[in-house]
Design a binder for this molecule. Sequence first.
Ligand code: DX5
Ligand code: ZN
Length: 224
Amino acid sequence: MAKFKLAPSILAADFACLGDQVEICLQEGCEFVHIDVMDGHFVPNITMGPNVVKALKPLLVKYNAVMDVHLMIENPDTYLMEFAEAGADVITVHVESCGRLSETVDMIRSLGVRPGITLNPDTELDNILEVIPNVDLVLIMSVNPGFGGQEFVPATMKKIADVRTILDETQSEAELEVDGGIKVSNIHSVVQAGASVVVAGSAIFDSGTTIAHNIVEIRKAANM
Ligand code: DX5
Ligand code: ZN
């Protein structure tokens, strides 16, 4: 059995019954819940903020799941405290929106939150290499951030493998998360390439039959 953690991206959920849908994911054993925060500046879409993190926190505590906050916003430093207070366990920031990535990472850790870093598909890995030893999670974006339901960018597969090599060579226990376009058809290769956390939005909330059934199918596909 391939070992990985599943992180439903609630961006694809039905917001009218968000709590119920998240609880189904947690009952199905999802270890993370992925919160896509977008500000209409860093990406051309507006989604949700700390109030959603706060509202879902008791549910995640009940199931012992990780509140995984992915900030796709300008000036993330300004909002770190609010997300920490709302209950984020991991806060991931984009190198493209951080003037001083390493200071932002330190700031996240000083708030008692696990720091993550990420980069867009077109951004070279070189831009984050120096900071990788200081983080608890490296997120590889496999679509251009902004929207759910996009196609996986195949070129990111090499980046996943390269980060896996770096983490293994340095005996780092940081999570390697992959986000965007994950489906039953490609999850096996992503996990094989070294992902330890896999984000799935539309594949869980917006395809096939029920949420529970989609989660079972995704896990099955990963292990085939
Ligand atoms: C994209 C977001 C992703 C996205 C994933 O900007 O960061 O988390 O919601 O959705 P799917 O799985 O539908 O590509
Ligand atoms: Zn995301």
